[in-house]
Design a protein around this ligand. Structure first.
Ligand SMILES: C[S@@+](CC[C@H](N)C(=O)[O-])C[C@H]1O[C@@H](n2cnc3c(N)ncnc32)[C@H](O)[C@@H]1O
Length: 230
């Protein structure tokens, strides 16, 4: 199981030193409201209830979700990020912040959420940890719940790993392999959109839990066959 907390701690400490308002700088953080609108405008997305952000960083998206009316939990592996988020919290925010590793099988224990937002965290998760991460999301999502994924994806149909300081840092899936992973983890993708970017593309998608065990088994077998055929 990965433990990249120290890497993320140092990246957040660096962001604070630079005077940024969050991960990746101010321009990125300013996109939050349009991101929230893209999620909440979907009719199948529950408009209130418990919501969870995966990899919440300093919490800007949690604050937007809370202002919209959700009861929010933000989880991040970085203590520095969670301390920053807690400092930014005002008394009126309906947000609980948790330091935790989403690759740990029992993370957040028995909690259930109607909306789970991937805060650009899934593409930080490498190899076998990805299935543990997705199984955690499946366990934590309510039957009527929606899982929103925001991830890098490849331009050439091949999956790859980006390294930083000799460590695997980002998993860039092909769109097909991401869809396969989601099927294997018992998610049904409702909608997806790929945005063209320079080096890597970006995919956002909405998924819900598959309910029929037989359809799950069929899809899981199909996904396994596709992987063998590649
Ligand atoms: C690309 S950053 C995005 C942060 C924030 N959601 C945003 O969009 O500004 C990904 C976040 O995921 C967190 N993260 C990475 N691996 C994690 C893990 N295994 N468990 C929990 N959080 C993790 C990192 O600390 C980081 O805050």
């Amino acid at each position: 199981m990965c433990d990249d907390s120290l890497i993320y701690d140092s990246l957040y400490a660096d962001a604070r030193l630079r005077g940024w308002s969050g991960w990746g700088g101010d321009a990125r953080i300013a996109n939050g409201p349009s991101g929230l609108q893209r999620i909440t405008e979907k009719s199948y997305v529950p408009q209130s209830g418990p919501a969870l952000e995966l990899g919440c960083g300093e919490g800007h998206f949690c604050r937007l979700l809370a202002a919209y009316g959700y009861t929010v939990t933000g989880i991040d592996i970085s203590k520095v990020a969670i301390e920053w988020a807690s400092e930014k919290q005002s008394g009126g925010d309906n947000i609980a912040y948790v330091t935790g590793n989403l690759c740990q099988p029992d993370v957040l224990k028995e909690q259930i959420y109607d909306l789970i937002v991937d805060g650009n965290c899934l593409h930080c998760i490498i190899e076998n940890d990805r299935m543990i991460f997705l199984q955690n999301v499946h366990r934590l999502l309510s039957d009527r719940g929606i899982f929103f994924v925001s991830s890098l994806c490849s331009k050439d149909g091949k999956s790859s790993i980006i390294y930083r300081a000799n460590r695997a840092y980002r998993h860039v899936p092909s769109v097909t392999s991401l869809m396969d992973e989601l099927e294997e983890a018992q998610f049904l993708v409702l909608d997806s959109e790929v945005r063209e970017r320079n080096e890597y593309n970006h995919i956002s998608l909405f998924a819900k839990k598959m309910h029929s065990p037989s359809s799950y088994e069929t899809l899981r077998d199909k996904a396994a066959q596709r992987r063998l055929a590649r």
